[in-house]
Ligand binder design. Sequence first.
Ligand SMILES: Cc1cc2nc3c(=O)[nH]c(=O)nc-3n(C[C@H](O)[C@H](O)[C@H](O)COP(=O)(O)OP(=O)(O)OC[C@H]3O[C@@H](n4cnc5c(N)ncnc54)[C@H](O)[C@@H]3O)c2cc1C
Length: 152
Amino acid sequence: MTMSLRDMTQAECFSVLEESRFGHLACSKDGQPYVVPIYFAYQNGIAYAFSMPGRKIDSMRENDKVCLQAQRWQAGKSWASVVVEGRYQEFPDTEVWRSERLHAWSLLQKHSDWWEIGALKPHELPVAAKSPHVFYGILLREVTGRTAAAVE
Ligand SMILES: Cc1cc2nc3c(=O)[nH]c(=O)nc-3n(C[C@H](O)[C@H](O)[C@H](O)COP(=O)(O)OP(=O)(O)OC[C@H]3O[C@@H](n4cnc5c(N)ncnc54)[C@H](O)[C@@H]3O)c2cc1C
């Protein structure tokens, strides 16, 4: 079996992102790349995600240039992979960002098996400034995709 590889259209890339819940997030601090698996929800140019404080948040706060990769496995050995280059935007626990924060939560909580997000209740969201939960978005700057399909 041979595989044929092609670049995806922008519309195809968005379609993979919209369906995806899981990806690999790459960030970089002091010239050291760091990649971790995360869950996310993509809508209208923003990949919404959630985290507790830690290395990736420290890294993205210092260097907001990030990369997100997601993929779809198709019939047989076929696959489609999308790479997003974007900018980290935190939705802090303040009035100004409250609606984005709630929007992120509402998208993420739809999937109850998602990491710890399913355990959060809306009323636990940010009332006080000390909430440790970090909601953020990857604002899409550029997206590319490649897909491979088996050719008989
Ligand atoms: C299926 C899946 C879904 C996930 N979804 C989310 C999500 O939606 N949001 C989220 O914040 N996290 C998610 N995680 C966990 C995520 O991959 C990180 O482990 C976690 O967020 C901690 O990252 P951090 O940068 O804060 O690490 P820290 O807690 O600061 O970690 C310190 C060190 O631990 C090591 N480390 C941390 N995470 C990993 C890892 N995954 N693999 C190997 N070594 C590691 C690194 O060397 C790092 O320097 C998910 C993991 C899986 C497997």
